[in-house]
Design a protein around this ligand. Structure first.
Ligand SMILES: *Cc1c(COP(=O)(O)O)cnc(C)c1O
Length: 405
């Protein structure tokens, strides 16, 4: 899965270019930087590789979502529909701009259920935010249709699905805007970083200014820039961009390894009786950073996870249902309003309502789901051994439960 696993000379070379000049900031210092503009180069490389007219780098994926929402005019009085299975950053960004997160069920794609989205639309809905979890995609044709029919913004959180495509287009480039995260465990990394991609030049210009205190970036003297609106400091540094520049050039290498390892793992897992794989709207477009699979019941899945742990093969196997960071079940801080500063009434009400809200449909899916992260570092031998041991454990538990059964 993560590009950090193959850290090497290419990354060191790009970082060293920046260390030579000592100009660690992405803007200004035109003379002393001696033509080294890693952030600009990385933005151009992202446009080229992922097929988007505009890319704005920022300091994280969370900052990218926040910036995108600000640029799309999402804020107080608005609701953003998002899935109950995602990383906490998705709702942090919504709360950050003053909007209300409306959490809906997922389906067997492990992304938002379009039917649940349609049911959640109300007069305050402004945006639909699918999250392309674990390397693969939401049903974008359907979500696009819904967004269009209700005149809503479609913002793709593609932070976990760098390199995945839907019908030939990169995830993150299909909605009104989309984001990647380049944090340390994503498919390509900057150490920390993120990007907003959009085809809308006005949205891009707003992202550019918002992520740098509102600077219009029109002149050569930063100090003389005008500020059409206030923003934040979500700037990326040249050191981080240098790492990303080396990694974006290697992203096809990473994806090829992922696909190869994913295929071996898939073949092994498919021998387990009664198991099924995650539904993928466009199987060709899977980035293969994870393989997500379902067992027949929650009880069996819990037993398998416990046995993986006991046998020391849990590493890389994620049981999101019990995970503190990715699923509504353990988001007590959100449901209990444990926030550091006061929220406004609509936000408070929406969060308190989460306590009562029924996520049985999502529970039934997540409680039977295991996602296995696909490493770039495995040798074929290691991978086959891992797969064999995993399958052995699962088959043993299934047989056992049949006998008890
Ligand atoms: C990683 C991630 C983010 C946030 O990215 P950071 O760069 O860590 O801030 C947002 N959404 C999802 C789904 C993620 O996995």
């Amino acid at each position: 899965m993560p590009g950090f696993e193959l850290w090497g000379d290419a990354e060191r070379k790009e970082v060293n270019d920046v260390l030579e000049t000592g100009i660690l900031m992405r803007y200004g210092f035109d003379g002393p930087r001696k033509g080294i503009w890693k952030s600009k180069e990385l933005e151009a490389a992202i446009c080229e590789r992922f097929g988007t007219p505009h890319a704005q780098l920022v300091s994280s994926g969370t900052a990218a979502l926040t910036t995108a929402m600000a640029a799309l005019g999402i804020g107080s009085g608005h609701e953003v529909i998002m899935p109950a299975f995602t990383f906490v950053a998705s709702f942090e960004a919504v709360l950050g701009v003053g909007a209300v997160p409306v959490l809906v069920d997922i389906d067997e794609t492990l992304t938002m259920d379009p039917l649940a989205v349609e049911k959640a639309i109300g007069p305050k809905t402004k945006c639909i935010m699918p999250v392309h979890m674990c390397g693969s995609m939401a049903d974008l044709d359907e979500l696009k249709r819904i967004a269009k029919a209700h005149n809503l913004i479609l913002l793709e959180d593609a932070c976990q699905s760098i390199g995945a495509t839907y019908k030939g287009k990169s995830l993150g480039t299909i909605g009104d805007a989309g984001t990647f995260s380049f944090d340390f465990v994503k498919t390509m990394t900057c150490g920390e970083g993120g990007v907003i991609m959009t085809a809308d030049e006005e949205v891009y210009k707003k992202c550019d200014a918002f992520s740098d205190h509102g600077h219009d970036h029109l002149g050569v003297d930063r100090g003389a820039d005008l500020h059409p609106f206030p923003g934040y400091n979500f700037r990326i540094s040249e050191l981080h961009s240098a790492v990303g520049l080396a990694q974006v050039r290697r992203v096809d290498e990473f994806l090829a390894i992922q696909k190869k390892n994913h295929a071996i793992l898939k073949e092994a897992l498919s021998t387990i009786p009664g198991m099924t794989f995650r539904k993928i709207p466009d199987p060709q477009g899977d980035s293969c950073s994870f393989i997500s699979w379902f067992l027949p019941s929650e009880a069996i899945t819990q037993k398998v996870i416990a046995a993986f742990k006991e046998q020391g093969i849990l590493a890389g196997n994620f049981y999101w249902f019990d995970n503190n960071w990715h699923y509504i079940k353990k988001w007590d801080h959100l449901k209990n309003l444990s926030v550091l500063y006061p929220l406004h009434e609509a936000q408070k009400k929406a969060l308190l309502d989460l306590k009562e809200k029924d996520f049985a449909q999502s529970d039934a899916i997540m409680s039977r789901c295991i996602s296995t992260a696909v490493s770039l570092a495995w040798t074929e031998e290691q991978l086959k051994e891992k797969a064999e041991r995993m399958v052995g454990v699962v088959v043993g538990i299934l047989e056992n439960s049949k006998q008890l059964g």
